[in-house]
Design a protein around this ligand. Structure first.
Ligand code: HEM
Ligand SMILES: *[C@@H]1O[C@H](CO)[C@@H](O)[C@H](O)[C@H]1NC(C)=O
Ligand SMILES: *[C@@H]1O[C@H](CO)[C@@H](O)[C@H](O)[C@H]1NC(C)=O
Ligand SMILES: *[C@@H]1O[C@H](CO)[C@@H](O)[C@H](O)[C@H]1NC(C)=O
Ligand SMILES: *[C@@H]1O[C@H](CO)[C@@H](O)[C@H](O)[C@H]1NC(C)=O
Length: 459
C-alpha cells in the first residue's frame, strides 16, 4: 500500500523565522494564520492537490467571485464625496430636507459621474451624455438626484429606453460598435433630435467632470408644508464653468488614457482644488403649466431660462476622494425613488418608469440589502425588513433582544409619520381619473418586426 503524505510546500516568503509580533497576521478568510499567501498542499512532491486545503480553495473561490454585474448602462464612471449646503430659504417651494433644516444646513453627499453606453473598462472620454448622480444623506432620508449633464433626454416614452439603449450598445451579431444601428434608431425616433444635437457638439466630450452642469431633465413636484406646490426642474451649475474637448482632443485621449476624466477629478481633489457647483431651480405653477406650449412632463423640451428664471438654492462641494473605490463608488446605488417628503414625482412617464427600474436593478446587481452598504445607508432607518442575502445589521440592530418582527403589542412604540400633504390635492391638473389607456406608438414604413427564431443547437 502506498501512502501519499500531504506535504505543505513552504515558499521562501513564509519561512517561520519571518514571524513578527508587531505586524498584522496573514490569515485565511476564517481568521486562521497561514504561513504564506503562496502556500498550497499536495499529496507528496509533484502529487495532485488536496480537497482539505482550505487555504487554496478559499483563495481561488473568493477570487472567481470578485466581479459583480456592471451597471447595464453608465457602467464606466467614478466619483467622490462632499457636501450639499442650503444657501436660500425656499420653504415657500418645498418642505423637503435639507431645505426645511434651515439656511446653512450641510448634508454629506456622494457623487458619481459616468458615460452611458460603454462598458466598465471603456474610455471615459467617449462621446456620450455624462451621468451626474448625487446621493444626499438628509435628516429625512436619502435624496438621490440621478441627473445627466444635459437638460433634455432622447425619449419621452418609457418603453423605448431598453430599445434605444440596445441601439447604442454593441451589434448583437458582431459585438462591434455599429454607428448604423445608432443612427437608424435616431432616424426613426426624432424626438431625440435636441439631445442628439447637444451630444454631437463639444458638450458630448467634457474635458472635466468638475466643469459640466447637471440637469434633472425631468419635471418634479415640490410641495410646501401648507400643501402649496410647483413643478420644478433642477440645474447644478459648475462654478468653474464649462470646459469641453473638441473631437480631435477627445479622440486622442480615447486612445491614450482610458481613465482621463477619472484621473483628472481625483487629481483636483487630491490637490485641494475642490470642484463646486451652484444649485438652482426653475419653478412653474400648475396654472402656468396649462398655458405652457409643450407638455410640462415632456423631457425632450427645456423651459427657457429667460421665461422661467433660475433661483439659486444651494451649493455642492466635492472634497474627498474614495478610500476604497469598490466599496464607495462601484457599490453606490442611486434611485430616483429616493425622495424625502416635499419632493414628489411628476407624471412624466419616463420618470415614473425610473422610480421602479433603479431599485430593481440594485436588487439584482447588489442584492436585496443594498441599502445597508455604508455608502447607500441613510442616516437613520427603522423598519420590519428582515433577513435576506448578506444582511449585516442584525435585522434591525436598534431593537432589544426578542424584539418582534411586526408592530407588536409588547414593545416600545415606533413613531409613524403620515404623509404631510394630500396626494389627490396635488394631482397634475391634466390628470384624468381613468385607468389603463394604452399609449399607442406608430412606426414608419419599412419597420421590421423583431427577428424571432427557435433554434435547437447550431447546425
Ligand atoms: C426609462 C428610462 C430610464 C431607465 C429605465 C434607466 C435605467 C437605468 C439603469 C438600470 C441604470 C443602472 C443603475 C445601476 O446599476 O445602479 C441607470 C443608470 C443611470 N441613469 Fe438611467 N435610466 C433611464 C433614464 C435616465 C434619465 C432620463 C437620466 C437622467 C436624467 C438617467 C440618468 C442615469 C444616471 C446618472 C445613471 C448612473 C447612476 C450611477 O452613477 O450609479 N437615466 N439608468
Ligand atoms: C518586525 O517588523 C517591524 C516593522 O517592519 C521591524 O521594525 C522589526 O524590526 C521587526 N522585528 C523583527 C523581530 O523582525
Ligand atoms: C420663494 O422665495 C424666494 C425668496 O427667498 C423668492 O425669490 C422666490 O421667488 C419664491 N418662489 C416662489 C415660487 O414663491
Ligand atoms: C482642437 O483643439 C486643438 C488644441 O487642443 C486645436 O489645435 C485644434 O485646432 C482643435 N480642433 C478643432 C476642430 O477645433
Ligand atoms: C384630498 O384632496 C382631495 C382633492 O382635493 C379631496 O377630495 C379629499 O377630500 C382630500 N382628502 C383629505 C383627507 O383631505
Amino acid at each position: 500500500m502506498v501512502f501519499f503524505l500531504p506535504v505543505l510546500l513552504l515558499t521562501g516568503w513564509a519561512h517561520p523565522s519571518f514571524a513578527n509580533d508587531t505586524l498584522p497576521v496573514y490569515t485565511d478568510g476564517g481568521g486562521h494564520p497561514v504561513s504564506s499567501p503562496y502556500d498550497y498542499q499536495r499529496a507528496g512532491p509533484n502529487g495532485p492537490l488536496l480537497l482539505q486545503d482550505f487555504h487554496l480553495i478559499d483563495t481561488l473561490s473568493h477570487f472567481v467571485r470578485e466581479r459583480i454585474p456592471e451597471r447595464v448602462v453608465h457602467a464606466k464612471g467614478s466619483g467622490a464625496h462632499g457636501y450639499f449646503e442650503v444657501t436660500r430659504d425656499i420653504t415657500n417651494i418645498t418642505m423637503a430636507a435639507p431645505f426645511s433644516d434651515g439656511v446653512g444646513t450641510k448634508v454629506p453627499l456622494t457623487m458619481r459621474f459616468s458615460t452611458v453606453a460603454g462598458e466598465a473598462g471603456s474610455p471615459d472620454t467617449n462621446r456620450d451624455p455624462r451621468g451626474f448622480a448625487i446621493k444626499m444623506r438628509t435628516s429625512k432620508g436619502i435624496w438621490d438626484w440621478v441627473f445627466n449633464n444635459t437638460p433634455v433626454f432622447f425619449i419621452r416614452d418609457p418603453t423605448k429606453f431598453p430599445l434605444f439603449i440596445h441601439s447604442q450598445k454593441r451589434d448583437p451579431q458582431t459585438n462591434l460598435r455599429n454607428p448604423t444601428i445608432q443612427w437608424d434608431y435616431w432616424s426613426q425616433n426624432q424626438e431625440a433630435i435636441y439631445q442628439v444635437m447637444i451630444l454631437f457638439s463639444n458638450r458630448g466630450t467634457p474635458a472635466s467632470w468638475a466643469q459640466m452642469h447637471g440637469w434633472s431633465g425631468h419635471t418634479y413636484k415640490w410641495v410646501t408644508a401648507t400643501g402649496d406646490w410647483h413643478y420644478v426642474k433642477v440645474k447644478v451649475i459648475a462654478d468653474a464653468g464649462l470646459n469641453n474637448l473638441n473631437a480631435t482632443e477627445a479622440k486622442n485621449l480615447i486612445s491614450s488614457n482610458l481613465d482621463y476624466n477619472t484621473q483628472e477629478l481625483q487629481g483636483r481633489i487630491a490637490a485641494g482644488n475642490f470642484p463646486s457647483w451652484t444649485v438652482a431651480v426653475q419653478t412653474m405653477t400648475p396654472a402656468e403649466s396649462l398655458k405652457w406650449k409643450y407638455d410640462v412632463n415632456d423631457m425632450t423640451k427645456i423651459w427657457p431660462e429667460a421665461e422661467y428664471p433660475l433661483l439659486e438654492i444651494g451649493k455642492i462641494v466635492l472634497n474627498k476622494n474614495p478610500d476604497n473605490w469598490f466599496a464607495e463608488i462601484e457599490q453606490l446605488a442611486f434611485s430616483p425613488a429616493n425622495m424625502p417628503f416635499g419632493a414628489e414625482p411628476s407624471n412624466d412617464p419616463v420618470l415614473q418608469a425610473r422610480l421602479f427600474a433603479y431599485s430593481d436593478t440594485a436588487r439584482h446587481r447588489l442584492g436585496p440589502n443594498h441599502e445597508q452598504i455604508p455608502v447607500n445607508c441613510p442616516l437613520a432607518v427603522d423598519n420590519y425588513q428582515r433577513a435576506g442575502w448578506m444582511r449585516v445589521d442584525g435585522g434591525a440592530g436598534t431593537l432589544p433582544p426578542g424584539a418582534a418582527n411586526y408592530p407588536s403589542s409588547f414593545e416600545a412604540p415606533v413613531s409613524f409619520t403620515p404623509r404631510p400633504y394630500n396626494l389627490s390635492a396635488i394631482a397634475d391638473p391634466k390628470q384624468s381619473s381613468g385607468y389603463g389607456s394604452d399609449v399607442l406608438q406608430t412606426f414608419p414604413p419599412g419597420f421590421r418586426a423583431a427577428e424571432r427564431s427557435i433554434q435547437h443547437g447550431i447546425h
